[in-house]
Design a protein around this ligand. Structure first.
Ligand SMILES: Cc1ncc(COP(=O)(O)O)c(C=O)c1O
Length: 404
């Protein structure tokens, strides 16, 4: 039998596939699963967006035909108007916006469109896995830029060696950040990013799907708001988190025509874009009332307050994030030595609570786990009780239960 490529073979199975398998085993063992693993929103898409989809599919059969891969003009216009309103950034909808079949697709294909074997991508790590795997699958090489509490989870450009910079073509950035939940506190960071990218001829792929999920009055910027950004940066965004449309598979990337051109060309070879009825419903999401977005951010903020507050109370010191739907926390002291994968396995096997091991976001994520706040507070309460019991057992304060 013929075999898969060496590139694919070199990659371990996708982290969320592994976590789902563990959760399925725990469910088969009759454990009640509380799944805080994937950032998969638990709340439904707002009804006016769903209604738009139903009406379009039912009454507009032309939307059943092949769409064009760059996206329908109607959606691209809605994206340009939203970007103007939200960030005061002007985009030409015809040439500076590309619709994507989810931003994950667009990130992977950007790598394929830009990288040749031997080319380097600078990737802050830990990171959303496609920033790493998209590079590997395109035959490129990742140069990791570690995100640590010491550098406030911001990359240190000064630490990238000159020989790496000579081969580097792309740099990923993602704030509010998955998985660390860090945000850009100082706008000078983005100015410095643009200077650095210009100096070293880098394309900055700024991944911004959590810009609307921020707390305590923090407002996330777009890199495109900063002078000179258009020369070096494209920005991704997504309907998945802002409108609870993760399963609809629709997102976008915007920026200068010349920077988008390779991705547009590549996509025309490999896809036809998201279905037209999804694109029109996505346009309705951007053009319709935005109070659903404000409400959603409040829901995540309340979940964050509750979950992080309780983790701290039960003796698991955890920082309060300013954005995203994630809680990123160092492994509890008593279980630190086992590492994040073994911890996540133990947690799901013994308690049914699913989290994502930090190492799944790159080696630099080791020592941490990520909880996604994708359950109501009553389920988060159950999760806390179970985690507390696990911690007390680990600290030797209650008799350990027998494991199989
Ligand atoms: C940083 C980041 N980029 C992209 C995505 C993928 O978004 P989409 O659903 O639009 O593919 C995610 C999803 O979790 C993410 O965290």
């Amino acid at each position: 039998m013929t075999t898969c490529s060496k590139k694919l073979d070199a990659l371990p199975p996708y982290i969320f596939t592994r976590i789902k398998a563990l959760a399925a085993q725990a469910a088969a063992a009759k454990l009640d699963i509380i799944d805080l693993g994937m950032g998969n929103p638990d709340l439904p898409t707002p009804p006016h967006i769903v209604d738009r989809l139903i009406d379009t599919v039912k009454n507009h059969p032309r939307t059943h035909r092949y769409p064009q891969s760059k996206g329908m003009p109607r959606l691209r216009k809605a994206i340009a108007s939203w970007t103007k309103k939200r960030f005061d950034v002007d985009l030409n909808p015809e040439s500076e916006v590309l619709a994507l079949v989810g931003s994950k697709e667009g990130v992977a294909h950007l790598c394929a469109a830009y990288l040749d074997p031997g080319d380097v991508a600078l990737v802050p790590v830990p990171t959303y896995p496609v920033h790493l795997n998209g590079v590997f699958l395109a035959g490129g090489t990742v140069h990791p830029m570690p995100l640590t509490p010491e550098n406030k989870f911001m990359p240190d450009f000064g630490k990238v060696p000159d020989d790496v910079l000579k081969r580097a073509k792309i740099m990923f950035l993602n704030y509010p950040n998955n998985p660390t939940a860090a945000v850009v506190e100082d706008p000078n960071f983005l100015k410095e990013t643009i200077r650095f990218a210009k100096k070293h001829d880098l394309l900055v792929a700024y991944d911004n799907p959590y810009c609307e999920l921020t707390f305590d009055g923090y407002v996330a910027p777009s890199i495109l708001q900063f002078e000179g950004a258009r020369d070096v940066a494209v920005e991704y965004n997504s309907f998945s988190k802002t409108y609870n449309m993760a399963g609809w598979r629709i997102g976008w990337v915007c920026g200068d025509k010349k920077l988008l051109a390779p991705l547009e060309k590549f996509k025309a070879f490999v896809d036809y874009g998201a279905p037209s009825f999804i694109q029109l419903a996505a346009a309705a999401a951007l053009e319709g009332p935005q109070d659903c977005v404000t409400e959603l951010a409040k829901v995540y903020q309340a979940r964050r307050d509750y979950f992080v507050g309780e983790l701290n109370k039960i003796g698991w010191p955890t920082p309060l994030p300013k954005g995203t739907m994630y809680v990123w926390t160092p492994l509890p002291e008593s279980l630190r030595k086992m590492g994040s994968l073994a911890f996540a396995e133990k947690l799901v096997k013994e308690t049914g609570v699913v989290c994502t091991p930090g190492v799944g976001f790159g080696e630099e994520g080791e020592g941490y786990v990520r909880f996604a706040l994708v359950a109501h507070n009553d389920r988060l309460y159950d999760a806390i009780l179970r985690i507390k019991k696990l911690l007390r057992e680990a600290e030797g304060k209650t008799p350990a239960r027998k494991t199989k």
